[in-house]
Design a protein around this ligand. Structure first.
Ligand code: A3D
Length: 320
């Protein structure tokens, strides 16, 4: 059986890390695409040369020609520009919207059966635009944010409790931005919800509130430290977890920016929700019951995303 083909659209910081992870995990052969001639070819060759020592078997090709992604099983999109210190994700909208148009058209023409994972920011609006430009089925186009946001939450919690990250689960809903909604009562250590752990004296409500805020600001914290780009190791690892669930039909329950039609009071909208990812793409949206406060936070987050989608429509008339 032929190995799966994984196309990485954008060969920058996240794209290069994705290629390395995909190869190390032997998930398939990699095509790295970018408009900056030399970058995808150089990174593909460098990673291919790591194969013998890895060791891993995978072919890697760098390209500036969309024809090379033909027949890809998975496309992971990071093309565009990242944030600089002081910028919000939303400041990237105008420039990255144009990039989504060319990427959407390139995928539609060459890899229309792929499962597409968008990472480009502002995430929820860009995944919506990418779906519109590509015309692919909604269940085959999604965005990576929730896995990263909940991984950050889990990391902070595991550090606070001094337990293995493997035993910490976390639940994050909503758009990928300052309005994201980390849900403490659905986040646990070995099944024990966080509010119970506060009652048990494992931490205080104040410390928990600070961790929730740090999770919301997780991207900005890295942007501030790096000074010239945004996070890439954790985002790439998170997207690979989603791609693996699709390729191996694992049916993992993972939060991601998915098309929600009917659940959460939404009719046809991309936002972060828990989903089941399997061989058919986003196979299910998990519709949990929210408390009044949680629903209010979720609605605020949805409104922020709606504002960005509206801005996309104003910039590009073909989206209206
Ligand atoms: P960077 O290292 O700049 O890589 C982006 C690459 O895209 C560069 O190599 C560009 O040459 C390339 N590119 C630009 N325009 C095009 C085009 N039209 N077609 C193909 N390639 C193009 O950025 P990065 O890898 O650090 O980040 C990529 C994106 O991910 C940015 O928009 C970030 O804001 C976003 N990001 C999202 C998350 C989420 O959790 C959603 C986290 C971190 C970064």
């Amino acid at each position: 059986m032929a190995r799966p083909k994984i196309a990485l659209i954008g060969a920058g910081q996240i794209g290069g890390t994705l290629a390395h992870l995909v190869a190390l995990k032997e998930l398939g052969d990699v095509v790295l695409f970018d408009i900056a001639d030399g970058t995808p070819q150089g990174k593909a060759l460098d990673i291919a040369e790591a194969g013998p020592a890895g060791p891993f078997d995978a072919t890697l090709k760098g390209t500036t020609d969309y024809a090379d992604i033909a027949g890809a099983d998975v496309c992971i999109v990071t093309a565009g520009v990242p944030r600089k210190p002081g910028m919000s994700r939303d400041d990237l909208l105008g420039i990255n919207l144009k990039v989504m148009k060319s990427v959407g058209e390139g995928i539609a023409a060459n890899a229309p059966n792929a499962f597409v994972i968008c990472i480009t920011n502002p995430l929820d609006a860009m995944v919506w635009a990418l779906r519109e430009f590509s015309g692919l089925p909604h269940e085959k186009v999604c965005g990576m944010a929730g896995v990263l946001d909940s991984a950050r939450f889990r990391h902070f919690l595991a550090t606070e409790f001094e337990v293995s990250m493997k035993d910490v689960t976390a639940f994050v809903l909503g758009g990928h931005g300052d309005t994201m909604v980390p849900l403490t009562r659905y986040s646990t250590v070995a099944g024990i919800p966080l509010p119970d752990l506060v009652d048990m004296g494992w931490t205080t409500q104040e410390k928990l509130d600070a961790i929730v805020q740090r999770t919301r600001d997780g991207g900005a914290e890295i942007v501030g430290l790096l000074g010239n780009g945004s996070a890439f190791y954790a985002p790439a690892t998170s997207a690979v977890e989603m791609a693996e669930s699709y390729l191996k039909d694992q049916k993992r329950v993972l939060p991601c920016a998915a098309y929600v039609d009917g659940a959460y009071g939404l009719d046809g909208f991309y936002v972060g929700v828990p989903t089941v990812i399997g061989k058919d793409g986003i196979e299910r949206v998990v519709n949990i019951k929210l408390s009044k406060d949680e629903q209010a936070m979720f609605d605020k987050s949805v409104d922020a995303v709606k504002g960005l989608v509206k801005a996309c429509k104003e910039i590009d008339g073909s989206l209206a």
